[in-house]
Design a protein around this ligand. Structure first.
Ligand SMILES: [Zn+2]
Ligand SMILES: [Zn+2]
Length: 348
C-alpha cells in the first residue's frame, strides 16, 4: 500500500512510498482510510525543525476518518464496515497518575499515531479498538476527518475556558482551530470576538458567517478600543489564543478582564516574551490545553451532528494522497484553513 513516510530525522525527509500492509495485533482494528487532515505538527515534521519529535521511519497523519476493514482477536467483529474516527493514542501506560485520573493525553509513555507509530496518511492504518468512535448519521467522512482537531478545541473552550452563556470571549488567530473554537464557544452561549491581522481578511469574513459577533484587526491601532467597546469596560472574560504569535498573546493578556481565564491553544514554536506582571496584577487564570481527553470526542461529534459546528466551510482543498506535497505547500502558505488528503481515491 502507499503511505506518506517520514523516513529519517531532518528537513524534508518525507516521501510518498510503498509500505507493508499493517496487520492488527490483539485488540486492534485495521481502518481503510478515507480522509486524513494535515496538522501544524505534520508541517513541523516535514520542516525537520524539531518542533515535533518523531520516531522514523514512521507514516504521518493523525486526523483520520475511514471504514473498519479488519479486526484482530479480542476486537469486536461488529466494527467491520462501520464508518469511524479514531483517537490518536496508540499506547498509554494505563498505570501512571495521569492515566489513572483520565488524563492519558499527559501520560509520559504516550505514543501517538503519525509520530511515534504509523499514522493515517496511508491507504490503511491500524489502531486499538478502544480508540474508535462511530461517525453518527449525517456527518460526512470529509467532516469527520476533522474530529480530532475539533476535540482539541472542545477541551480548550469548554474545559479550560469554562464558559457560561453571555461570557465575552476573544479568540486570537482565525485559522481552522480558531474558527472551530469560535463555533464551540458560540454553542456554549458566549459572545465571541475574533481577532486577526491584515493577512486574515478572508478568514475574518468567514468568522462572521460562523457566528462571531465581531471581528477586529489586532494590528490596527484601534483594536483594543474596539474590543473594549464590545466587551464592556473590563474586557473579555475569556481569551483563547489560537495563533501562537507573540503580539496576539501579549494583546490578549492586556485586554482580558481582571480575574479572567486565558487559554493558550496555539503552539508558539519558539519562546515568547510576556509581561508576567499582568498575570499577577489581574489575578488571571492562565492555562494550556494539549490534545484531548476521550470525553471531548463524543461532544465534538455531537456538536457537528446537531449543526452547531460547521466543518465543511473550513475545508480549503482535498488532494489525493500522492499529491501530498501540494497540500503541505498550500497549508504552509497560510492562505486557507484545512487541507485533507484523500486516501481511498488513491488505490490504483
Ligand atoms: Zn493535529
Ligand atoms: Zn500513563
Amino acid at each position: 500500500m502507499k503511505a506518506i513516510v517520514n523516513y529519517e530525522n531532518g528537513p524534508e525527509k518525507v516521501q510518498y512510498m510503498d509500505v507493508e500492509m499493517p496487520v492488527p495485533a490483539e485488540g486492534q482494528v485495521r481502518i481503510k482510510v478515507a480522509y486524513c487532515g494535515i496538522c501544524g505538527t505534520d508541517l513541523h515534521i516535514y520542516a525537520g525543525d524539531g518542533g515535533y519529535p518523531t520516531k522514523p521511519p514512521v507514516t504521518l497523519g493523525h486526523e483520520l476518518s475511514g471504514i473498519v476493514e479488519a479486526v484482530s482477536e479480542g476486537a469486536d467483529p461488529a466494527w467491520i464496515g462501520k464508518k469511524v474516527v479514531s483517537e490518536t493514542y496508540y499506547h498509554t501506560c494505563g498505570r501512571c497518575m495521569y492515566c489513572r485520573t483520565g488524563h492519558g493525553n499527559l501520560c509520559p509513555e504516550k505514543k501517538s499515531i503519525g509520530s511515534a507509530v504509523n499514522g493515517a496518511m496511508a491507504d490503511y492504518v491500524v489502531v486499538p479498538e478502544k480508540n474508535l468512535h462511530l461517525i453518527p448519521e449525517g456527518i460526512s467522512l470529509r467532516e469527520a476527518a476533522m474530529t480530532e482537531p475539533l476535540a482539541c478545541c472542545v477541551q480548550g473552550v469548554l474545559e479550560f475556558g469554562d464558559m457560561i452563556p453571555g461570557d465575552r470571549v476573544l479568540i486570537t488567530g482565525p485559522g481552522a482551530i480558531g474558527l472551530m473554537c469560535l463555533q464551540v464557544a458560540v454553542s456554549a452561549g458566549a459572545v465571541v470576538i475574533v481577532a486577526g491581522t491584515a493577512v486574515d481578511k478572508e478568514r475574518l469574513e468567514l468568522a462572521k458567517k460562523l457566528g462571531a459577533a465581531e471581528t477586529v484587526y489586532s494590528d490596527q491601532p484601534d483594536a483594543k478600543e474596539k474590543i473594549g467597546m464590545l466587551c464592556g469596560p473590563f474586557g473579555p472574560d475569556v481569551v483563547l489564543d489560537c495563533s501562537g504569535a507573540g503580539p496576539a498573546i501579549r494583546m490578549g493578556l492586556e485586554v482580558i478582564r481582571k480575574g479572567g481565564r486565558y487559554v493558550q491553544v496555539g503552539l508558539t514554536g519558539r519562546p515568547v516574551e510576556l509581561d508576567m506582571n499582568l498575570i499577577t496584577l489581574k489575578e488571571l487564570s492562565v492555562m494550556g490545553t494539549y490534545a484531548q481527553k476521550p470525553q471531548w470526542w463524543e461532544k465534538a461529534l455531537d456538536l457537528v451532528q446537531r449543526g452547531e459546528v460547521k466543518l465543511e466551510p473550513l475545508i480549503s482543498d482535498v488532494y489525493p494522497l500522492k499529491e501530498w506535497k501540494k497540500a503541505f505547500d498550500g497549508y504552509q502558505q497560510k492562505t486557507g484553513f484545512k487541507y485533507l488528503l484523500q486516501a481511498a481515491a488513491d488505490s490504483e
